[in-house]
Design a protein around this ligand. Structure first.
Ligand SMILES: [Ca+2]
Length: 206
C-alpha cells in the first residue's frame, strides 16, 4: 500500500473503532424511556387540574389531570389525596366525563403498550390506616371491573397501614394499552401524600 492509502486505511479503522466503542457505551448506559414524569413542584391546589399547569400532549386545551372523586390538594410540592371522601385523580385521560366500563375505557394518551413500571414516592400517610391506596390502569371509577381489562385494571392495592412514608412504591402492571391512562386513589377516610410520579418502560433484556 502507498503511504496515503495506509493513512486512509488507519483512519478508517480508527473511525470504525470509535463508532463501535460509542455504541457499546451507549448500550451500557441506556436509560429507561420515560413515558411520564411529574414532581408536583410547581403545582398548587388551584392550578393542578388546569391545562395552564399541565395540558394533555395531544390537546393543549385539556388538563393532564382530572379529579375523579374526593379531595385532592397540593401541599409543599406533593399531591395529597383524602380525607374527605378519599381522593382520586386520573393522569392522561382525554375524556373525563365518560366513565370506563367493562367493555370500553375513554381514550388515554399514555402509550402503555410495552412492559412498564409505575413508580411513586410516599411522602405521608394518615387518616384510617385500614383504608387502601390503589392504582388503576384504564379505569376512572372505583370498581375494578369497570375496565376492558376487567379486575386486572386495579394494578395495585395496599392498606395504608402496610406502607411507609419515605419509601417508594414500584408497580409493574400486566395491563397493556397504546391509549392508556392511570388513576391514583385513596379510599374514603384515608389520607396519602404522594410525590415524584414516574412511568418508565422496563429496560429490554440484553
Ligand atoms: Ca415534589
Amino acid at each position: 500500500m502507498r503511504k496515503r492509502d495506509r493513512v486512509l486505511f488507519c483512519l478508517g479503522v480508527a473511525f470504525g473503532l470509535v463508532l463501535v466503542i460509542g455504541m457499546l457505551l451507549a448500550e451500557g448506559q441506556s436509560q429507561p424511556v420515560v413515558v411520564f414524569a411529574e414532581n408536583f413542584d410547581r403545582a398548587t391546589t388551584e392550578t393542578f387540574f388546569t391545562p395552564a399547569y399541565r395540558a394533555l400532549k395531544t390537546d393543549p386545551s385539556k388538563p393532564m389531570y382530572y379529579r375523579t372523586g374526593g379531595s385532592v390538594a397540593i401541599e409543599a410540592g406533593a399531591v395529597k389525596l383524602g380525607p374527605d371522601g378519599g381522593g382520586r385523580f386520573t393522569v392522561g385521560n382525554t375524556v373525563p366525563d365518560k366513565a370506563s366500563t367493562a367493555t370500553e375505557a375513554p381514550k388515554g394518551e399514555l402509550d402503555l403498550s410495552k412492559p412498564y413500571k409505575i413508580v411513586v414516592k410516599i411522602v405521608a400517610l394518615g387518616g384510617n390506616l385500614d383504608k387502601k391506596f390503589q392504582v388503576y390502569v384504564n379505569n376512572n371509577t372505583t370498581s375494578a371491573g369497570n375496565s376492558p381489562a376487567g379486575s386486572a385494571s386495579k394494578v395495585y392495592e395496599k392498606p395504608l397501614g402496610s406502607l411507609n412514608a419515605g419509601t417508594t412504591v414500584e408497580i409493574t402492571p400486566n395491563v397493556f394499552s397504546p391509549e392508556a391512562f392511570i388513576q391514583l386513589r385513596v379510599e374514603s377516610e384515608g389520607i396519602i401524600t404522594l410525590d415524584d410520579l414516574l412511568i418508565v418502560y422496563l429496560e429490554e433484556k440484553k
